[in-house]
Write a new protein. Sequence first.
Length: 297
Amino acid sequence: METRTKTPQANVKREETATPCIWMGAGVVRKKSCNNYFDCNACKFDSAMAKAAAAGKHPTWQEALRRFDSTDRTCRHTLTGRTGHRICPMNYNCDHCDFDQTFEDAMGPATAVPVTEVFDIHGFKLPAGHFFHTGHTWARIEAGGIIRVGMDDFSFKVLGSPDRMELPLMGQELNHGKTGWGISRRDNTADVRSPVNGVITAVNPEARKGGSRMGEHPYESNWLFTVHNSSLKGAVRPLMDDDKATKWLGQEITELEEMIERVAGPLATDGGTLTRDVYGNLPGLGWERLTARFLGA
């Protein structure tokens, strides 16, 4: 007959928060928002809670969740918002769970988080919750410590969709502000600067192909790759948040308008070429001039 060691019981009334820590989700603490993007392995709070649990001061989050009936034991990835509703079949022995291993190794990096709030800046899209580099690239921190990277809507609308993307390989190290990958259109090429430091952990295979659809969903399905950096906040510290990026993008649009007017004369009142393939419509702007100014190539 199996015997169980009695563990301290969690008896805490939970409050509401948008990003509940898993210790809160399990009911061990009343209120604690995750401020480390659900990267528990690098979280000081998680480490302190685990030590206190080992000393018998409170249950582990796994022990607290095991008090529920087996049909009500929610997967930890559901609790942290990384996947839809899923019941844990392994009694929270995550190290022995095939789904957990598959999710961490492949499904997490391969599945971009949907963008829920997007600002329209004179026809150019700028999403909330992203960080932006002046070379028109973006980075987004996602649950589990994933940093997803791509090129912004402005770059695709100005330069058009590339015929080919020369993306880095898995395991390759990138450096903030240095050339990270390249784009090609017809006989034109340009280097693109990386917004963050880190090591490539996954590459979007569809993005490598380039093509006319690349610019359609630059912040969702057309992300470029994911990066690992042990300091998530440090990785995005040099970048602009969406609030600062809104003002910056407005300035970029103004300069683009001035460049267009010098080549083609006054713009139409509706903005005309500003929202679709500016270079394709006005090759006189010059590929090298556009990429030097806006990509810093």
